[in-house]
Design a protein around this ligand. Sequence first.
Ligand SMILES: [Cu+2]
Length: 416
Amino acid sequence: MWTIWSSLLVPSLLSGAEASVVPQSKFISRLQSVSRNPNYPLDVVDKFEEATMPKVEAYMSERITSGTNNNCTLENAVIRQEWSDLSEEQRQEYVAAVTCLTKLPPKSDKARFPGAMSRYDDFVAFHMTHAMQLHDNYHLFGAHKYYVWLFEKALREECGYTGYQPYMNYDRYSQDPYNSPLLNGNASSLGGNGELEPTYKGVPQPGRTPNIIASGGGGGCVTSGPFSDMVVSLGPTSMSMGSNLPKNPKADGTGPNPRCLRRDVNKNAFMGATADRAFSLLNDNAEMDGFYNQLLGTPPPRNDPYPWGIHTAGHYVAAVDPGGDPNTSPGDPLFYFHHTALDRLWWIWQMQDPGMRLNAIPFVNGSMTMPGHGKRQSKDPNDVIVDLEWLGPPVKLMETHDQLGGNGGLFCYVYV
Ligand SMILES: [Cu+2]
């Protein structure tokens, strides 16, 4: 396959004699041997990611020299891949592992979460009761990195999954999400669209023009593919965007409320997270505050038909219930694909200048926080602990910023 790496080799090849001994690191060879879906040529972000890998190598060799890599190396780091780059068998193995997690008994407190039916729901239960904390300016990146990593760990250790958490490259699906390997409703997809729910209009976006992510024609129960028989129990909460949903017996949504998974596969949302937008996010922001604001779409972009920001866009590519409820959003397995995609973008951004960016946190001086979740904060980030309680042991915030040796070396992964 033609890649930036192979193009780097060309001048040496042309120069003759030493062509056969052009050094290529084991890491680069390893990444090049990862299979790719030929239907999706590398986009501008994929190429940017490839071009970043020599920086990652330089950075890791410094870590190894200084003895701070916690045994993580680029030879033993695991590789997270895009959904369509996995084989159909690998995709089905992932789906089977998630389904397995929805059948294992919960470990969360039964009295507090009578609606949590499974190990899968343990994660939803945490997110729905800690949404404010998880989305403040300290936690948005690091806490979600840890949260997704713990989910991946549960899939592997409790359900025998042999792969790693996939991400979604929104751009691959933005032109025709309905027929995409992600959402076409085949056995190797994450399930299909919801049925038409005429009262579902979309996701209001007050303050933006347009001021709604208009419905893509779904909004009701998913009827095809994996998760069409998923039983959603927790929620909805007061923040739900769904329409015609059965009410939860408990006011905070923690009671049992068995119902179908509802979706609206939505091109208007996908279009807000295309590769050109992700590239601008990565390339136009040397400072964390700018990266964070642009990711969240604040201030709202003008003269843009899809002015959502990639974070919001990615949440609504198919979400209604529970995926469209900011509290219970991990109740739709797509959540993990979205937050893994954001984790990848964050990592690529960090690795442009690890010395400056690895530990960067937005708005440390506390003048602003994520809109709608704002209370002033001015803690020293080194004092912040990410405590996911029943999901895993507490970790220092700065440990969650480092996917190549962080969390005592338990984090050790790259993206391709
Ligand atoms: Cu979240």
